[in-house]
Design a protein around this ligand. Structure first.
Ligand SMILES: NC(=O)c1ccc[n+]([C@@H]2O[C@H](COP(=O)([O-])OP(=O)(O)OC[C@H]3O[C@@H](n4cnc5c(N)ncnc54)[C@H](OP(=O)(O)O)[C@@H]3O)[C@@H](O)[C@H]2O)c1
Length: 273
C-alpha cells in the first residue's frame, strides 16, 4: 500500500492532500508541519480526519536540516524503510511582491534582499535538502515519485506573453525549483525515479481575504492577463478541485511516458489556468 510524505499539511492545499490521500485506510500519509501540536489538534477536530490511524504528523520546518533529517528517520520507522511519494508542497509566498512589479519593489532594496533570501531558504534550499534526505527511502519505494509543487507564474512564456508583473520574487524561486527538479531528474531518471514540478492552478486558500482595495488594484493587470490567457477562467479553484486534478496528474505521469523533470499544470500540460 502506498506511502506519502507531504510537506506543509497544516493548511491550504497541503491539508487537502492530507485529507484526500488518507481517505484509503491502507495508505500511509506522513505530513510535515512547523507546528505539530496545532495540526494534530486541527486533525482531531476535523470530522473527516479524526481517528484516521494512517495519518502521521511530524514536525519539521523545511529550513531546519536537522529537523528534516529526524523526519526522514521517523518516516523510516513508520514505513519500514521505503517511501512511494514525496510531495514538496510547503512554500513561502510573500505578500511583499504580490501586488507590485519588480522594478517598483526596487524602492525597498532591503526588503527585496530579505524576501529573496527567505524565498530561496524555503522554496529552493529546503527542498534540495528534503529531496536528498528522503532519496534513500524513495529509491526503495514502489512508485518512486517526487513532486515539487510549483506555479504557472514560473513559466517564462506565460510571463512574457501576458506581461504578468506580480509575484516576481516568488516566481523566481519557483523557477529555480523547476531547475532543481530537472537536475534531480538528470541524475535519478535511470534509477526509475520520477521528478516532476507541478502547478496546482490558481487556488483559493484565503490568501486574498485581507487584501486592501489599493492592493487589489495592483493585481488588476495580472487578472486582466489571466482573462486574456484563459477566457474560460471564472475564478480560483477550491483546494478540493485542485488536489483532485493534481492527484490525477501524479498518478498518470511516469518516467516511461517522458515526464521526468517536466513542469506541468493540474491539467497535465502547460495550460496553467
Ligand atoms: N494557492 C495557489 O493559488 C497556488 C498557486 C500556485 C502554486 N501554489 C503552491 O501550492 C503550495 C501550497 O500553497 P497554498 O496555497 O496551500 O499555501 P498556504 O495555505 O499558504 O500553505 C503554505 C504551507 O506551507 C507551509 N510552510 C511555509 N513555510 C514553511 C517552512 N519554512 N517549513 C515548513 N512548512 C512551511 C505552511 O505552514 P505554516 O502553517 O506553519 O505556515 C503551510 O502549511 C505552495 O508550494 C504554493 O507555492 C499555490
Amino acid at each position: 500500500m502506498p506511502s506519502y510524505v507531504i510537506t506543509g499539511v497544516s493548511r491550504g492545499i497541503g491539508y487537502e492532500f492530507l485529507r484526500q490521500y488518507s481517505n484509503d485506510p491502507n495508505d500511509t500519509v506522513i505530513g510535515l508541519v512547523r507546528n505539530k501540536t496545532a495540526t494534530l489538534e486541527k486533525v482531531s477536530e476535523d470530522p473527516d480526519l479524526k481517528g484516521r490511524r494512517n495519518i502521521h504528523i511530524l514536525e519539521a520546518d523545511v529550513t531546519d536540516y536537522n529537523a528534516l533529517q529526524a523526519a526522514a528517520a521517523e518516516t523510516t520507522k513508520i514505513t519500514g524503510g521505503s517511501l512511494d511519494y514525496l510531495i514538496a508542497n510547503a512554500a513561502f509566498q510573500p505578500f511583499f511582491d504580490a501586488f507590485d512589479p519588480i522594478g517598483t519593489l526596487g524602492d525597498q532594496p532591503e526588503m527585496v534582499t530579505k524576501t529573496l533570501r527567505e524565498l530561496f531558504e524555503v522554496n529552493v534550499i529546503g527542498n534540495v535538502h528534503l529531496f536528498n534526505l528522503f532519496m534513500p527511502l524513495i529509491v526503495k519505494g514502489q512508485a518512486k515519485k517526487v513532486i515539487a509543487i510549483s506555479t504557472g507564474l514560473a513559466d517564462t512564456v506565460l510571463t512574457n506573453s501576458y506581461e504578468l508583473t506580480t509575484g516576481s520574487l516568488y516566481a523566481t524561486s519557483k523557477a529555480a525549483l523547476n531547475m532543481v527538479v530537472a537536475k534531480y531528474n538528470a541524475q535519478y531518471k535511470k534509477a526509475g525515479v520520477l521528478f516532476l514540478a507541478l502547478s496546482p492552478g490558481f487556488v483559493d486558500v484565503g490568501q486574498y481575504k485581507d487584501v486592501t482595495a489599493e492592493q487589489m488594484e495592483g493585481l488588476s493587470g495580472t487578472m486582466a492577463g489571466f482573462a486574456a490567457y484563459a477566457p474560460h477562467f471564472k475564478g480560483p479553484l477550491t483546494p478540493e478541485q485542485s488536489v483532485t486534478a493534481v492527484k490525477s496528474v501524479i498518478a498518470n505521469a511516469s518516467v516511461e511516458k517522458g515526464n521526468g523533470g517536466d513542469f506541468l499544470s493540474h491539467h497535465g500540460n502547460k495550460r496553467w489556468l
